[in-house]
Design a protein around this ligand. Structure first.
Ligand code: SF4
Ligand code: SF4
Length: 360
């Protein structure tokens, strides 16, 4: 695979488009300055008459003074199909768009604005919409902060529930805790037939849907990690083929995530009211919906990347991922981390001698 310098090419294309737009506004304003028929329509024309030349700064100024009312186009005797092709509303609109990009701060975020949310992108390359470096600069700090916040929170939890026990953690205790967490041992009801959801019947559905969701999420994370390795260590940028490791991991994980969260949503809606704390319903369902949206838009991105839906899908997917990252330490995701810590505490504790002598 060859490295494709798409982001750089995209920046060059944007700079050229901006220069072309400014030149076109300047060309049309030269004609208007000679004509001046539209002087009374708006502030653009009196402002125009104060200038003989139209530098980029003048074009940006006048383009933002234009309110796109269209009056000058409909009044203009030089509008298309006349060979002068004067169409100030459109020319001004184009320069206004480049203004938002040109003056954006931080500048790389301005470069992210490449226009429409609907339209084909060559070879389905989403880096043409969001350059790779921009994605990393947006998501890496947020994800790092989420990990830090979760880590600090669970460390405070551990110090409170298990003072001094860290030194007692042994490899068997840690192994058992990891094993129990990964198997969701305590959703088997103690007899292997499952837990309760909406009634007295045992069901393994909650355990299975949790597993689909957790391992689906893990595979999606693995897909992103492998793709990052490909990009930085091997110089193989996305997009990747259907049989590539990132794609296989991502598609499998996405399907599991969508199926698991759909199942969890259904189970949560049917859950016996006495099991749950009503004030947490929004957090539970919101987290499930966010995971579902992340998985579903990721799958659709892979399937529809060569269609005009790509920009809209990419923005929706990245928005869902960003919302997921931002809420990781403060939403339902935290339950997995705290529960794993509690399982470790139990594995350590049950290996210690009983402190109470009631039974004796
Ligand atoms: S828009 Fe057309 S009619 Fe109006 S001032 Fe310019 S050239 Fe003249
Ligand atoms: S489209 Fe813009 S330049 Fe033309 S009359 Fe309206 S505000 Fe003025």
């Amino acid at each position: 695979m060859q490295r494709e310098p798409v982001p750089l090419m995209e920046l060059v294309r944007q700079a050229q488009a901006e220069a072309d737009g400014v030149a076109e506004v300047a060309r049309q304003l030269q004609i208007c300055n000679a004509c001046r028929y539209c002087e009374g329509f708006c502030a653009v024309f009196p402002a125009m008459t104060r200038r003989l030349a139209f530098e980029p700064a003048d074009a940006h100024y006048l383009a933002n003074l234009c309110h796109n009312c269209g009056a000058c186009l409909h009044a203009c005797q030089y509008a298309p199909p006349h060979e002068f092709a004067v169409n100030l509303p459109r020319a001004m609109a184009q320069v206004r768009g480049s203004t938002y990009q040109h003056f954006a701060w931080p500048q790389p975020l301005g470069a992210a604005r490449t226009g429409s949310l609907w339209g084909s992108v060559a070879a389905g390359n989403f880096y043409a919409i969001f350059p790779h470096g921009l994605m990393v600069s947006l998501f890496a700090p947020v994800f790092a902060f989420a990990l830090l916040a979760l880590g600090v929170g669970v460390a405070r939890f551990w110090r409170t529930v298990s003072p001094g026990d860290a030194a007692l953690s042994s490899a068997p205790a840690v192994g058992e805790a990891v094993h129990d967490a990964l198997r969701l041992k305590y959703l088997d009801g103690g007899h292997g037939q499952g837990c309760h959801n909406e009634d007295d019947a045992w069901t393994l559905s909650r355990r299975r849907m949790h597993h689909l969701t957790f391992y689906g999420f893990a595979l999606c994370f693995a897909s992103t990690s492998v793709a990052t390795l490909y990009h930085y260590a091997l110089g193989w940028p996305a997009p990747y083929g259907w049989t590539s490791l990132p794609k296989l991991l991502g598609m499998t994980g996405g399907l599991m995530l969508v199926a698991g969260t759909a199942g969890l949503w259904r189970l949560r809606r049917r859950r016996h009211a006495a099991h749950v704390e009503p004030t947490q319903a929004a957090m539970d369902l919101g987290f499930i919906a966010l995971l579902f949206l992340t998985g579903a838009t990721g799958l659709l991105l892979a399937l529809l990347k060569t269609t005009p839906a790509l920009p809209l899908l990419l923005c929706t997917h990245l928005g869902a991922v960003m919302a997921l990252f931002l809420t990781l330490p403060y939403g339902k995701f935290a339950h997995g981390v705290y529960r794993a810590a509690a399982l470790l505490k139990w594995s350590v504790e049950r290996r210690q001698p009983l402190a109470l002598s009631i039974g004796e």
